[in-house]
Design a protein around this ligand. Structure first.
Ligand code: AMP
Ligand code: ZN
Length: 140
């Protein structure tokens, strides 16, 4: 049965992509709307929606792929840094509901030095409640 998920269709080769890495369980390919040259998406081949739904071993392996991509971006593309971003859930801006890690190379020639903090401004209320939230969130 043909999948409705575009990333599953990329995995199956039904939708074209520029692949930069592949193994039995993962694929990394160029984002079709790159934020910079060499913007890569790393995905597990299995259709899983968000990071927290991945098993511990699966997530570790996915991030090894992210590391390989980052190494290649530095060595082959001359990236001096990179952003690793993953949007999880519609409210977080996830458009494609198949878990993916953006690896966005950064170059000296780029004007902006903006990092993750540019995504959302500081939440003043959250800033005033750090201790309370920390206690609530503590993972044993
Ligand atoms: P997100 O907002 O994290 O779900 O981002 C989804 C990303 O997938 C966007 O950066 C899109 O440019 C990218 N994208 C969507 N369709 C394709 C496609 N067919 N091939 C490559 N990248 C895609
Ligand atoms: Zn999928």
């Amino acid at each position: 049965m043909e999948s409705e998920c575009i990333f599953c269709r990329i995995v199956d080769g039904e939708v074209p992509s520029v692949r930069v890495y592949e193994d039995g369980e993962h694929l990394a390919f160029l984002d079709a709307n790159p934020r910079s040259e060499g913007h890569v998406l790393a995905i597990p081949k299995e259709h899983i929606t968000t990071l927290d739904e991945l098993g511990d071993e699966e997530i570790a392996k996915l991030f090894v792929v992210v590391k390989r991509v980052a190494e290649a971006l530095k060595e082959r593309m001359g990236a001096e840094g990179y952003n690793v971003v993953s949007n999880n859930g519609e409210i977080a801006g996830q458009v494609i509901p198949h878990v993916h890690i953006h690896v966005v190379p950064r170059y000296a020639a780029q004007e902006s030095r903006a990092g993750f903090e540019s995504v959302l401004p500081v939440d003043r209320k959250a800033k005033s409640r750090l201790e309370e939230v920390g206690a609530r969130l503590k993972i044993q």
